[in-house]
Ligand binder design. Structure first.
Ligand SMILES: C[S@@+](CC[C@H](N)C(=O)[O-])C[C@H]1O[C@@H](n2cnc3c(N)ncnc32)[C@H](O)[C@@H]1O
Length: 241
């Protein structure tokens, strides 16, 4: 099956989700406006104090990576989609990118995605790599973020088992997942057979201590009249010393 995240439609939808204005993303006054801004809201779970290194795994077109660069001197954004990483890198170098927004059928409008104010593009490196087989020489991080990624992986436990090595003692991990376990991405034998939060706790403890558990809505606009509204389970963990 072709990679869903290499299509022009996915690129446009993710640029809009990450960088669209409120009016571009939700043109209806009665729509769920509180679902806007998800890639910034999950980064806000990290402590506000300045940190040295951040890692954003499954960064897509990079909004959370730019947000992390406000608090971390150096940030690595990793995604498996070459077209997402290419767009994120173009934004890092030039500050913005133009893209089409699908209105309906063959009708598109144009928009410009710009990097957020106060981000630090010079401190960011975007890499195309597999979250289940991350480069061995990544080092350790104060902040590791993986939003809406684990239920898109064929073997999510491979990433979860690598996390204790990636997060510095005392460092923080923010995981978000809509728990939409689908055979299309994850074979049943690699999906949790229990509640996703319990499964995460079993795999992460005792290396990590739970700090916070919350629900965060997010919105993907497919056309001006069709949206995906989803609720992600967000957990914040501290690496035990
Ligand atoms: C549902 S999107 C979430 C993107 C972003 N974190 C967000 O919250 O908007 C899943 C992302 O994971 C990426 N992805 C899927 N499989 C991956 C893998 N094996 N390694 C790294 N990234 C992967 C996809 O390319 C896509 O960008």
């Amino acid at each position: 099956m072709p990679n869903l995240y290499e299509t022009d439609q996915a690129l446009s939808e993710y640029l809009l989700m990450h960088y669209g204005t409120d009016a571009e993303l939700m043109p209806w006054a009665f729509g769920p406006a509180d679902a806007i801004g998800f890639p910034s809201r999950t980064v806000a779970y990290f402590p506000e104090k300045k940190a040295s290194r951040g890692l954003d795994i499954g960064c897509a077109v990079g909004r959370s990576t730019f947000e992390l660069s406000k608090v971390c001197d150096e940030v690595i954004g990793i995604d498996y989609s070459a077209s997402f990483i290419e767009a994120a890198e173009e934004m890092r170098q030039h500050g913005s990118i133009d893209y089409p927004i699908k209105e309906s059928g063959q009708v598109n409008s144009r928009a410009t995605a710009s990097i957020p104010e106060h981000s630090n593009p010079e401190g960011i490196q975007f890499l195309c790599a597999d979250a289940m087989d991350l480069p061995a020489n990544l080092g350790q991080f104060d902040c590791v973020h993986a939003a809406n990624l684990i239920c898109r992986l064929p073997d999510p436990a491979k990433l979860l088992k690598r996390l204790p090595d990636l997060v510095l003692p005392g460092g923080h991990l923010v995981l978000a997942t809509p728990c939409t376990w689908l055979e299309q991405f994850t074979p049943p034998e690699n999906q949790p057979s229990q509640d996703t939060f319990e499964w995460l706790s079993d795999l992460l403890c005792p290396s990590f201590k739970l700090i916070k558990k919350a629900d965060e809505p997010f919105l993907i606009r497919e056309t001006s009249r069709k949206f995906q509204w989803t609720v992600s389970l967000v957990t914040q963990w501290k690496r035990c010393v």
